[in-house]
Design a protein around this ligand. Structure first.
Ligand code: SER
Length: 314
């Protein structure tokens, strides 16, 4: 439920999710009640309250939280799968210390509610790959996945041990036109649209039949704000919920794009990200999210493609 007194801080607000999330939160809560923050000043600073925050700096974070009377934090700052493989130690430090710094604010009752994203990267090569269940084998083989799985365990621990109201979703690959992804394995599904419109061709870094779970950004934002606004009792899983939209391979999305750009061509030169993709599920069972707090995606591949092309053309 929305409280008039809600004051929200979004950390990592200029990234792929943050850019859209801040806009949507401000429509609901009002511009002045949503503080955007990133590790450096970005264009976003022109749109409303903005703070420079390095999430590793607990003292700096506390100072901003107190100054703005923040009671909810969305922690989006992290290194994604492909970048994390290039700097494993830094990725671990950033992804974990950032989470602890925010969870500890809630443990000390300085803030009341935390949102933290997990990912399909928590799964690994031994996980059942089709319709992956909520509770299953999780042996992630990437640094990013290891940090997300450990983070999930800590979220649940802080909930049970300290009563911290933390909520989380395992995002699939996210596709949107308002912001660019950075450093993920699923980024091709955004790049492909930009290249299709710009040059009519795309060189894909995953092989043609690499099917991965994906979601259109409006659905991801709806799920994120949806779980945060759900009644406390309804959020039964305090590690992280499976979340599903639709699944496709590079070949399938290329065929869909061809409906709008008939001469579009795609080639495949898999790189190190192929191995990461091969360790992740093809599709996700998100029935717990449906039962517990009413999750239902709206977009499928066709509807997403149509909307992406329409908006990117403008
Ligand atoms: N989209 C992310 C990545 O590819 C997965 O959470 O790293």
């Amino acid at each position: 439920m929305i409280q008039k007194s809600d004051k929200i801080l979004v950390i990592g607000s200029s990234g792929q999710i943050g850019t859209e999330l801040v806009q949507n939160l401000r429509e609901i809560y009002g511009i002045s009640n949503v503080v955007a923050s990133d590790v450096k000043v970005t264009e976003q600073a022109k749109e409303g309250p903005f703070e420079v925050i390095d999430v590793m700096n607990a003292q700096g974070l506390l100072e901003v939280v107190k100054r703005h009377n923040i009671n909810q934090v969305y922690l989006l700052a992290a290194l994604l799968s492909a970048t994390a493989e290039k700097m494993p130690k830094f990725a671990w430090d950033l992804n974990m210390q950032g989470l602890f710094n925010v969870l500890d604010l809630a443990k000390e009752k300085i803030i009341q509610k935390v949102y933290w994203p997990s990912s399909i990267a928590v799964f690994g090569p031994n996980t059942p790959r089709e319709n992956t269940p909520q509770f299953t084998i999780m042996e992630p083989s990437t640094v990013y996945g290891i940090s997300k799985q450990a983070g999930e365990r800590w979220c649940e621990y802080y909930f049970k041990k300290y009563g911290v109201d933390v909520r989380s979703l395992r995002y699939p690959g996210l596709i949107g036109w308002k912001s660019a992804p950075g450093g993920g394995t699923t980024d091709y599904a955004v790049h492909i649209f930009h290249e299709a419109l710009k040059s009519g061709s795309y060189e894909c870094f995953l092989s043609e039949n690499t099917t991965l779970p994906m979601m259109y950004m409006p659905d991801a934002i709806k799920a994120t704000i949806g779980i945060m606004e759900s009644d406390y009792q309804k959020v039964k899983i305090r590690s992280s919920y499976n979340l599903s939209g639709f699944s496709f391979s590079p070949k399938e999305i290329a065929l869909e794009i061809k409906k709008y750009i008939p001469n579009f061509s795609i080639s495949y030169i898999p790189d190190s990200r192929q191995q990461i993709a091969d360790s992740w599920p093809k599709s996700i069972d998100s029935s717990e999210a449906g039962i517990d707090w009413g999750w239902k995606p709206e977009y499928d591949l066709a509807a997403m493609t149509k909307d992406m092309i329409k908006n990117l053309k403008n």
